[in-house]
Design a protein around this ligand. Structure first.
Ligand code: MN
Length: 411
């Protein structure tokens, strides 16, 4: 039996790294984008206070100590002091950009902050009152010292934590008598459990680009009196990239489309009342193709409507992109027409119906060495790629050869 205790584990705060990857953004969103890393970090420290944790582990890349300005230093000092007033300790190991030796020499870190050198693995015992609750073996980033064998806890009962930044050979971590590996350096959350050991990369607090979709935050760890760690993800991100897929019917009219899309947008806003969403919409369709739905002007109209409706001054959802996927089925009568389009679609459907017919695409390639290399690939196209090419070819024909009313918006 030992003391139960709680801690928060976070990494890759990158306070000075702005959000990127958005081409058009209204001016009233710009400040939120600049502040997002700070807002997320503040939520992390709020959470530490609200959860009454014993300590916070910062596993590197908190801020670029060489490039980051005074704002980040002042912010961290303020937050560390808030934690000190609640008797919460901070253990901070340096990562790629925050070698803690680079902290400005003229500014003293508060007494509740312990940093670790990069030259050796240093064990520190965290005590509550008179009682030792955990040993923290920390080291700042140095590729030579990242060998798990350097993090070796004694065989006593006390809960052991290794705190470091970077890749780790996970195959050899179970032998070190470490209960919890608090790692940093991955921006996407990753957790591995092996025997009695938990290895956690909490990911960055705040996503920075369109590929970092979904919730981001830190890990709350509660260790019970048997020394068993229970981990929970805690999202603290201020701005969240979200890919939203929706299926609508080709026969939906514009007001119905707006209603379906608007309902979903509203639900997302109410589900996340205290954060802002950057949204990429992907709309799939069912039913027979209606060219009105594919019009660029309609997609632009819906995009502008979404931005107007949900992204203005008090709106919390900004639509970054809005795309309607190509439909699977075209009206059967189009294939039977005695027109150039009919001839074209019948030609495409021959290739769709008979997968043994090879696509003579190489005829359209330039006769270069590169072209010849491509030919080899074209001869062995995977089934899905072949289907997708033929489908897109059919749609291209409809766009360019159709006498059907492409201007009709009564889709
Ligand atoms: Mn990082």
């Amino acid at each position: 039996m030992s003391n139960a205790f709680k801690f928060l584990h976070a990494s890759d705060l990158h306070l000075d790294r702005a959000i990127s990857g958005i081409a058009e953004i209204p001016s009233h969103w710009k400040q939120s984008l600049t502040n997002a890393p700070y807002d997320a970090a503040e939520r992390l420290f709020d959470l530490a206070i609200n959860e009454r944790v014993d300590f916070v582990l910062l596993a590197g890349d908190v801020v670029d100590l060489d490039l980051g300005g005074p704002r980040s230093i002042a912010f961290l000092l303020g937050q560390f002091e808030r934690l000190a007033s609640k008797n919460i300790h901070v253990y901070w190991c340096g990562g790629g950009v925050d070698q803690t030796e680079h902290w400005p020499k003229a500014i003293e870190l508060p007494a509740n902050v312990t940093t670790f050198p990069s030259t050796l693995v240093e064990p520190v015992v965290h005590v509550r009152g008179e009682n030792p609750v955990a040993t923290i073996l920390g080291a700042s980033l140095d590729s030579q010292k990242r060998n798990p064998a350097n993090f070796h806890a004694g065989e006593d009962e006390i809960f052991a934590i290794a705190l470091l930044h970077g890749e780790l050979d996970l195959t050899s971590v179970s032998l070190q008598h470490i209960n919890y590996w608090a790692l940093g350096g991955k921006h996407k959350r990753k957790i591995v459990k092996r025997d009695e050991t938990i290895v956690v990369y909490p990911g960055t607090l705040q996503s920075r680009c369109p590929t970092e979709t979904g919730p981001h935050g830190c890990t709350l760890v509660s260790v019970d009196t048997d020394g068993v760690a229970h981990v929970q993800d805690k999202a603290v991100d201020q701005i969240r990239w979200t890919d939203q897929r929706l299926t609508v019917s080709e026969s939906n009219k514009i007001p119905e489309l707006k209603e379906i899309i608007g309902e979903r947008a509203l639900k997302i806003c109410t589900d996340s009342p205290d954060r802002q969403i950057l949204m990429n919409w992907k709309i799939s369709t069912t039913g027979e193709f209606h060219s009105g739905l594919r019009k660029a002007s309609l997609q632009k109209e819906l995009l502008n409507w979404l931005r107007q409706e949900f992204g203005q001054l008090h709106g919390s959802l900004w639509t970054v992109s809005f795309e309607i996927d190509a439909p699977r089925a075209l009206p059967t009568e189009w294939y039977e027409e005695d027109t150039i389009l009919g001839d074209y679609l019948r030609a495409v459907s021959r290739f769709q119906g008979d997968t043994t017919l090879s696509l003579p695409l190489e005829n359209y390639l330039a006769e270069t060495t590169d072209g010849k290399e491509w030919m080899v690939d074209l001869a062995r196209l995977p089934k899905e790629t072949r289907e997708s090419i033929l489908h897109r070819a059919a749609l291209l024909g409809v766009d360019n050869l159709s006498a059907h009313d492409l201007n009709s918006t009564d889709a």
